[in-house]
Write a protein that binds this ligand. Structure first.
Ligand SMILES: Cc1c2[nH]c(c1CCC(=O)O)Cc1[nH]c(c(CCC(=O)O)c1C)Cc1[nH]c(c(CCC(=O)O)c1C)Cc1[nH]c(c(CCC(=O)O)c1C)C2
Length: 385
């Protein structure tokens, strides 16, 4: 893997800016890292999936000037978008602005972002023979180096305010888009592959797993301090197909990313698995090599806590729709959520990404409620003991 310690940015009309993926500013707020490692925290850390997005006017202004993938592929723009929610809210982590669909692009597929519709693949994989069109031997430094550059730049620009999360889509979720060709209620086409082309499905999942591992390792080398793997379409699987086509690959990713990061002389970072809809697999996910298991809004936190027996930290899981409630009601809902999770080994989040029509003032109310109420609960429990 090419030496990523020196990264250069061609900025408009400015000299080359050399940013090293080292000597990063000292971290001022390590709450997220401590919680992810299961260490004691004085309050519950909080971040929001898709915290950079259309619900922010400053994101809409950026997108009015720049096509979606141009933002992803231009480190200065991706960095700026990543910082937008950090400037607004007392969040405890930033997540690099990118998309999970950059991996199919690295495999040679064309992905367009159609306004008002979302991602679209003009030439999805229709039959297993179409896999011959993929560029299987991906050099992530060549095809995804712009994400690494964005991560390194953002680490410097964060000035240690909060840690930076890197991420990737998981093999099954990416397979869904590559075959379906975009978002879908049923994902019936990729599901058809699982039952008609089992061997080809595993071949595709293996190709994706290899690229995802290299991609995540590259993000850590570039400066990511946590990683999240999005298995956002686990909900289209059943227990049998999840245990056959998703869980084994998720476990390989966790274990090999750690192994390869160590092999490069770097300290492994905490990893988060978010398998939306896999409520039946929480115990298995807690033993699959991830420090944190993200829960969607359909899971009862008390049940998940019992199932995981303190082995992992839990992340989530307020219904994003609760952000449409009044600020007072949001506080009530947050208190109930925190009492269900308990204030240790918990990272507060939504049970999935934020919606584009959410009022940013309600996000601020959510973040502030997590902090103030978890501090209050911790202080109360100290007084009692
Ligand atoms: C984590 C993330 C993603 N994409 C984006 C982010 C935000 C990053 C950040 O907050 O900085 C930006 C991100 N990605 C996209 C947008 C909207 C682009 C725009 O309209 O400007 C944003 C802000 C485009 C996109 N990209 C995708 C969709 C969903 C399509 C569907 O299934 O219907 C969409 C709408 C695929 C995608 N992309 C991603 C996921 C996993 C997270 C999740 O489950 O929500 C998925 C499923 C990952």
């Amino acid at each position: 893997m090419a030496d990523r310690s020196q990264t250069t940015f061609q900025r408009s009309k400015e000299p080359l800016l050399k940013m090293a993926a080292q000597n990063f500013p000292e971290l001022k707020n390590d709450l997220m890292l401590r919680a992810a490692r299961g260490e004691k925290t004085e309050r519950v850390p909080v971040w929001v999936m898709r915290q950079a997005g259309r619900y922010l006017s400053e994101f809409r202004a950026m997108r009015a000037e720049n096509e979606f993938f141009k933002v992803c592929q231009t480190p200065e723009l991706a960095c700026e978008v990543t910082l937008q929610p950090i400037r607004r809210f007392q969040l405890d982590a930033a997540i690099i602005f990118s998309d999970i669909l950059v991996v199919p692009q690295a495999l040679g597929m064309t992905v367009e972002m159609v306004p008002g519709k979302g991602p679209s693949f003009p030439e999805p994989l229709k039959v297993p023979e179409d896999m011959s069109k993929l560029d299987k031997d991906v050099d992530v430094n060549k095809t995804l180096g712009y994400v690494f550059d964005a991560i390194t730049l953002t680490r410097h620009k964060l000035e240690g305010k909060v840690p930076l999360i890197g991420f990737s889509g998981a093999p099954w979720t990416l397979m869904c888009y590559m075959i379906e060709g975009g978002g879908s209620e049923s994902m019936s086409k990729p599901k058809q592959w699982l039952y008609k082309y089992e061997e080809a499905s595993h071949q595709l999942l293996n190709i994706l797993t290899k690229v995802i591992i290299d991609y995540l390792v590259g993000q850590v080398i570039a400066g990511a301090q946590l990683l999240q793997v999005f298995e956002s379409h686990a909900g289209h699987l059943c227990p049998r197909t999840f245990h056959t086509f998703a869980l084994p690959y998720l476990s390989i990713i966790a274990r090999q990313v750690e192994e390869k990061v160590r092999a490069q002389g770097k300290e492994p970072v905490p990893m988060i698995i978010f398998a939306k809809g896999a409520h039946y697999a929480i115990e298995d996910l807690a033993q699959s090599g991830y420090e944190v298991v993200g829960l969607d809004w359909t899971v009862n936190p008390k049940t998940a806590r019992h199932q995981t027996q303190g082995k992992v930290t839990l992340q989530g899981n307020m219904d994003p729709g609760a952000l449409y409630a009044s600020k007072e009601e949001i506080r009530t809902i947050v208190r109930e959520m925190l009492e269900q999770f308990g204030t240790q080994q918990h990272i507060a989040n939504l049970g999935h990404g934020i919606y584009p029509t959410i009022d940013p003032d309600h996000v601020e109310a959510f973040v502030d409620a997590v902090h103030s109420i978890s501090e209050e609960i911790n202080l109360d429990s100290k007084k009692k003991n």
